[in-house]
Design a protein around this ligand. Sequence first.
Ligand SMILES: C[S@@+](CC[C@H](N)C(=O)[O-])C[C@H]1O[C@@H](n2cnc3c(N)ncnc32)[C@H](O)[C@@H]1O
Length: 494
Amino acid sequence: MPKTVSCADQYGDYQTPHVLATQICRLLSERGIVVASVLEPTSGVGNLLLAALGQFPDVTNAVGIEINGDYVRLLEEKLRASLEVATNVNIVCASFFHVDLDDLLGHLPEPILVVGNPPWVTNSALGVLGSKNLPKKSNFQNHVGLEARTGKSNFDISEWMLRKLVEALDGRRATLAMLCKTAVARKVLTHAWKSGLSLTESEIHPIDSAKSFGAAVDACLLVSSFEPEGTSRECRIYPHFGSTNPTAIFGYHDDTLIADLALYHRWKHLAGPEIYKWRSGVKHDCAKVMEIRREGHQYRNGLGELFELEEDHVFGMLKSSEITKGVGKIPTRRMLVTQKSMTDNTLTMVNHAPKTWDYLERHAEYLDRRASSIYRNRPRFSMFGVGSYTFSAWKVAISGFYKALQFAVVGPHEGKPVVLDDTAYFVPCQTESEAQYVAGLLNSQPAREFFSAYVFWDAKRPITIELLRRLDLTSVAQELGSREILDHFRSQNE
Ligand SMILES: C[S@@+](CC[C@H](N)C(=O)[O-])C[C@H]1O[C@@H](n2cnc3c(N)ncnc32)[C@H](O)[C@@H]1O
């Protein structure tokens, strides 16, 4: 734990430049919002608060909350120099986490504008810094505990603040206008929609965060309006800041988060049971030992060692980044696959593949210390995601990381099936013609548009197995007029 904690790091301190602050308040004014009071929940040196007071001269009350005393003094000086006495402005030096928001908002005349740019920092970054700039006891921390167990513990502090703000604005007449990561904006809106909060409309305006903050982050201005009777579950997405025409509307429908409502309504009849079962590639968590390259009659691993193995357990492999190149792609790597199914006893290798077993034992220190609980109480040197599907000769595959919906046919190499890494998803097929046909269905316009309705391209892994499982290929075949071809392949597989 570092002895001194840098203020900038623990407070996620990226002050909004004056130009952007002015543009934001002008955009709000052009939307025609009426403002009686302003709250800036982490006011910093006050550029957003001052821009709001300049843009909305009828404001009678304003509050800024800021943890950094130097910033509070600086802002108070600026206010003394610029404000007319008519506005009652109070800058509170406090942590947002200790403020009673309901009480504070209850004392502000409506309509309220909550405008700000909460700290750009995650709970795990604060953990590394040893910082206590976190909420004390809250659902947020329970959430982190749960996420920590499932391995998703990285949480934006701004998300917690924004959740608290939308909850506190429920039932009031107000507008929330916040700069944040686009992924955070989406999570906060989803929380508000699922909780039935009284929103009337929402907008996401992307900002150039590299230009304004020197940070390469997908960020936006989130604008949400609240009215006591509000029931909106939709958000307009604009292509860039200042644009007047939204490119898509995302929202919450049928208990599902939808990325593009127009596409969703056009293609929702294609949703249905999974005709071809989607699978993940093989997981081993030990690339240095299990991913190898052929050199003559030998193999070389990621540790630089040269050795011999029996052929039985060695398969050509494609990483998900290599998949889109499709048929004819010659694997440059091989994967050592220890099992045919996840219950296979690996000890049988002692007799039928002694060189392979010897190699694994020599590298047991790497394999035995694999941390994931999936390897616990399983045969030694086990893998995950292996079954008959792993060894199907033909596959139609897609990478979970790609920013494009492109399905590729993967065929055998040197007479053996090619295996995929665990960041790829695929459906197994028996023949090349079947794989080509299935890839044709998946790459068709109806299927792509169906998937696009759910995909958020700024997500770390935009393509998920849950997404792929939504599509009913029978309905796609029907749509394309080729249902009997699909039935023919299905009957051959039975
Ligand atoms: C991204 S900066 C933005 C500042 C200002 N809102 C603006 O738009 O220019 C985040 C601000 O949050 C303040 N901050 C960080 N943690 C805070 C907390 N727990 N309570 C109140 N302010 C906090 C930082 O000191 C910093 O001024």
